[in-house]
Write a protein that binds this ligand. Structure first.
Ligand code: PLP
Ligand code: CA
Length: 304
């Protein structure tokens, strides 16, 4: 019919869907865990998928951890079979973009956290050193002469001076403007929220009068990274699972993947149905093909 998507799926149907897929792309926060707390059953599901021969890859917009730290986090939370090569974070993919797509010569000015800088350095991309001078202001601070890109990501040490410097570098039309992701905010416990990379990107877009190129979800680039690092990635045999319609489901739609929303995170069924029933056809890219309550709904699929 006219209104496709949002199919609640479980039992044998879910088992058949998994049968048909080679690659399972998993968002992390909101699907596998909330901060430091694993979603009940998630680790068993991920370990079972891997042991059943599925290619499992993780696509996360969280740029605050280098990939090695992700491996530790997975293992600490009970996801014992996860390897570095399975992890595609917005910081790692930003490094690949700068190294392999842009082939950057010169330095990158990072308005982001330490992990982002270290991921770039790991890829051989050089960053402007963070100035330590507490008296520095935008009136007197030095600016590096060879900055060829500004990269914005989540930054819990964001300062006015960093914003001002980044804005100055972006006056040069040959200086690229990249954002790890443009997530608006993230849920914390107790009803609090964490402003996301998107809020900092927005500030810099206003002060520079420019638009950032987005690396993370919903941009297709993360899928290109996966395709380039694994053999025979066929979009028709991929399933993208996430908790946020505007990032995860749109990412899946942009890459022509089947999509599944889990209800353990940001978006709920009524949000998905609103997009589905919208007159505006561009809204249909936010609609998941399938909905499950939790990734734990996969558990029976692995039982005999
Ligand atoms: N960025 C930051 C800084 C976060 O804290 C989070 C979630 O906690 C995310 C991004 C979203 O991560 P994911 O794409 O795994 O949901
Ligand atoms: Ca998420």
């Amino acid at each position: 019919g006219a209104f496709k998507g949002c199919q609640k799926i479980r039992g044998p149907q879910l088992r058949n869907l998994l049968e048909a897929k080679d690659f399972i792309l998993l968002d992390c926060d909101g699907v596998l865990w909330h901060g430091e707390k694993a979603v009940t059953g998630a680790a068993t599901v991920v370990n079972s998928l891997i042991r059943n021969g599925k290619h499992v890859v993780f696509v996360t917009n969280n740029c605050t951890r280098p990939r090695e730290k992700y491996v530790h986090k997975f293992s600490r939370l009970g996801f014992t079979d996860v390897m570095l090569e399975q992890i595609f974070s917005s910081s790692y993919c930003s490094a690949l973009y700068l190294r392999d797509v842009v082939k950057i010569s010169g330095q990158v000015f990072v308005m982001g956290c330490e992990a982002l800088r270290s991921e770039l350095q790991e890829a051989g991309v050089s960053c402007v050193e963070e100035a330590e001078d507490p008296d520095a202001t935008i009136y007197n601070c030095p600016l590096a002469p060879d900055v060829k890109a500004v990269l914005v990501g989540h930054d819990d040490k964001m300062t006015f001076l960093k914003l001002a410097k980044a804005s100055c570098y972006l006056r040069d039309p040959d200086c690229l403007f990249l954002a790890t992701d443009i997530d608006p905010w993230h849920p914390l416990s107790g009803g609090r929220i964490l402003p996301g990379s998107g809020s900092l990107t927005a500030a810099l877009e206003v002060s520079s009068g420019r638009k950032a190129t987005v690396i993370g979800k919903p941009s297709r680039f993360m899928f290109e990274c996966i395709s380039s690092q694994f053999e025979g990635v066929d979009p028709a045999k991929c399933l993208m699972i996430g908790d946020r319609l505007e990032t995860d489901m749109l990412f899946g739609a942009n890459c022509r993947l089947d999509t599944m929303l889990t209800l353990t995170g940001v978006s709920q069924t009524k949000d998905a149905e609103e997009y589905r029933d919208s007159e505006l056809t561009t809204n249909h890219s936010f609609v998941p093909d399938y909905i499950v309550d939790s990734i734990a709904d996969f558990l029976p699929a692995f039982e005999e």
